[in-house]
Design a protein around this ligand. Structure first.
Ligand SMILES: *Cc1c(COP(=O)(O)O)cnc(C)c1O
Length: 372
């Protein structure tokens, strides 16, 4: 099955649907165990809405198994807690999503886990491995600069150092990129973004092989990061249009990036779909399209705050991946806590804006973004 078909049909269990085409929402927390093969309970990730949704995601990610969690951070923390122990070392990509960055800085220290931040190039990654390196943790494309890692290369680097490779694939979604097929052990997502896709649902996903997912699930059961039945059903519903949404968002983003690239009031555009993007060739090889996220730097002649306030259609918001386009200034939002010097080194300037492109008509979006 192709992605669009998987998005609609994968995971469905017609036997529980009472003739309907939709999975019923099963809210019972007390479940008879006498004639069942296992003890079922919502927090155990084994009730019907949780399983159907996880099965759809496992199929989309081309993985053996998956679990659906109560947030993206719930997915990330469950993976870390399940697969790391005191004394282990983690090779971590620099400039991670803020919550993940905080998890490393605040929790790893407390848990006795060591780490090295590395730049998004194979050489600095290669030289960061230590004998106790147990995990490589990356994102691609990255936030907010949309750098793209060569995933095959990162996965094999991890393998040759006997470390587990983990990627946060939130920006790409399983529609555009399947890291497990490229050798990664685990791919996780903030489902709050594209997977939910309508800015009304907070959830997360972890996908991988049975052995790893069993470990992560056991830890997630202990720490209690399951997702309730209603939200599992909402996620299952949303995933059915994931391919449609993400392909349209990618088309729109390319149109906008190309128009911005030529515009005198935009100094720089970061979008993997542009031929000028430094990893455009890698992105072309490992992604089906280039996604709905882009960032750009405004010319000095434009005042950033008044530019943002003058947008009519596009709202200033920190989340992303919804059907509606949203924009934010990373230095004032997602990267506010990052020290100024670090931001400068990475290239996250006050003139940089991050745009999450929705499914609207691209001409309407362009008129808002580049008036006149
Ligand atoms: C939002 C986000 C997260 C955290 O997800 P929550 O659902 O907010 O917990 C993790 N990684 C990336 C890349 C994100 O954008």
């Amino acid at each position: 099955m192709k992605k669009a078909t998987q998005a609609v049909h994968a995971g469905k269990r017609h036997s529980v649907n009472q003739g309907g085409v939709v999975t019923p929402i099963f809210t019972s927390t007390a479940i008879s165990y006498m004639d069942d093969s296992e003890v079922r309970y919502p927090r155990y990730f084994n009730t019907i809405n949780s399983q159907v949704t996880a099965d759809k995601l496992a199929c989309l990610e081309e993985s053996e198994a998956a679990i659906v969690t109560s947030s993206g951070m719930g997915a990330i923390s469950s993976v870390m807690l399940a697969l790391l122990k005191p004394g282990d070392h983690v090779v971590v990509l620099e400039g991670l999503y803020g919550g993940s960055h905080a998890l490393v800085l605040e929790e790893f220290q407390r848990l006795g886990i060591e780490w090295s931040f590395v730049a998004a190039d194979p050489d600095s990654m290669r030289s960061a491995f230590q004998p106790n390196s147990r995990m490589v943790y990356v994102e691609s494309p990255t936030n907010p600069l949309l750098r793209v890692l060569n995933l095959k290369e990162v996965a094999s680097l991890a393998k040759s150092n006997r470390a587990i490779s983990v990627i946060d694939g939130t920006f790409a979604t399983p529609i555009l990129q399947n890291p497990i097929a490229l050798g990664f052990d685990i791919v996780l997502h903030s489902g709050t973004k594209y997977l939910g896709g309508h800015s009304d649902l907070c959830c997360g996903v972890v996908a991988g092989n049975e052995i790893n997912i069993n470990k992560v699930r056991n830890t997630a059961i202990t720490y209690g990061t399951s997702l309730n039945a209603q939200d599992c059903a909402l996620l299952e519903r949303s995933l059915q249009t994931l391919e449609l949404r993400v392909m349209r968002q990618s088309e729109n983003a390319l149109v906008i990036a190309q128009a911005m690239e030529k515009h005198p009031l935009v100094r720089k555009v970061n979008y993997p779909g542009l031929a000028a993007h430094p990893q455009h060739e890698i992105a072309r090889r490992q992604m089906r399209a280039f996604g709905g996220m882009l960032s750009f730097e405004l010319d000095e002649s434009i005042e950033v705050e008044s530019y943002l306030r003058n947008l009519n259609l596009i709202g200033c918001a920190v989340s992303l991946g919804g059907v509606e386009s949203t924009i934010c200034q990373p230095v004032a939002t997602s990267h506010m806590k990052m020290p100024e010097q670090e931001r400068q080194r990475l290239g996250i300037t006050p003139r940089l804006l991050r745009l999450s492109v929705g499914i609207e008509d691209p001409q309407d979006l362009l008129e808002d973004l580049l008036p006149g």
